[in-house]
Design a protein around this ligand. Sequence first.
Ligand code: FAD
Length: 385
Amino acid sequence: MASKVLVVGSGAIGLRTALELLRNKIPVVLRSAHHPLDKKTCSMGAGGLYMPYKCEDPRIDKWSSDTLDELLHLANDEKKKSLVEIVPTLYLMSKHGGMTTEDFKDFESKDYVGGTNIKTKFPKWTTDPRLSFQHLTIEMLEWQNHALKLKIPSAEILKKAGYNFGWLFNAPIVDAPNMLKDLLEEVYEYPVDINVDMGQGYANTDEMVADAKDHGCDALINCTGLGSMELCNDKDLIGGRGILLHYKRDCKRNFSDANMERDTAILTEDGPWGTSTDPVYIIPRGDVFVVGGTYYEGNTNDSLTDDERKRLIENAHLMGIDPSEAYVDEWAGFRPVRKTVRMEIDEETSASNGVKVIHSYGHGGSGWTTYVGAAKASLELLHSD
Ligand SMILES: Cc1cc2nc3c(=O)[nH]c(=O)nc-3n(C[C@H](O)[C@H](O)[C@H](O)COP(=O)(O)OP(=O)(O)OC[C@H]3O[C@@H](n4cnc5c(N)ncnc54)[C@H](O)[C@@H]3O)c2cc1C
């Protein structure tokens, strides 16, 4: 069992991991290149929606379930509930089944749709009863919406555009910047050696290990997200570029039906509005709506082009934002995408340095969906032989 641990990284994964250790009475030294609220921190700009995305690792089921436990608890906590909002979420599809077959590995069900008995597979996370997940035709959605009063396009608009099905579920949405602030504040409540604004950061693993030793740490947990591309020379890690515009949460947003009351997150990766590389989405997050987006692997442009801005403004209008409204901020970020999350003990580095090195990076587009589970998994690795 480690007596003191260097945690590197202060995004969602690093901060929550540091807290997991501190809550378990393990002393921590916390270091990161940038402050959690710096725009370079991917977790700061993210949509914060609970929905596994661009993370194929099978362990994600456990990590996201652990995260859901905590998010639902926070949403019901008087003091913390502003950090997590439970929002109806609609994922639109043109064809029955939606997402790619890759996402349908674990679950099979028989669905009776449009008079045809169709065998469909859904990802495992959709079976969690706490999400009240439903797979609906647009007609079923329209019928339900008489009671639900969700702010979504009318069935007529959706059908005309070619959307025939939707997943509807109640997703927690994390107010990402405020959650990071809150996590950092809790870390500061402990006697911790903190520098979360180093500027340069560690150049390589040797430097990180040497710093751990200098601070009397016998273990370190590397939560540097995409930073590990250079830090660990990890060729399996790649940035999945995403872009967003922010609109004020109290801006004019509605569709033609005057009865609609409840803010709803809407997403699609299907045409004609979206594609898998240019998805369209709106996420109500804290005091803003975030409107996206892109998923471009290997694109390193950290600002938006004029064409991208134009497309996002069109997306905002498709998602109900009134054309008279102007966006208030914009952001480009890079999801740390990897075939599997690197959540493991680095046996080689550990053996040669006498410091137990654990990696926890590469959570793709699912960092806020897995951050609590990832923190718990790191603690388990710390305890393991
Ligand atoms: C447009 C967009 C939308 C997204 N929306 C969602 C969503 O709705 N839901 C969801 O679950 N996920 C979403 N994500 C994904 C999510 O943001 C990431 O999975 C998550 O932020 C990864 O967290 P992290 O802590 O690993 O990385 P980061 O938040 O990037 O933190 C990395 C930390 O490591 C530090 N660091 C890096 N290199 C070094 C170094 N060499 N030395 C020292 N410190 C270093 C950094 O300073 C930083 O503190 C989205 C991402 C994007 C881009």
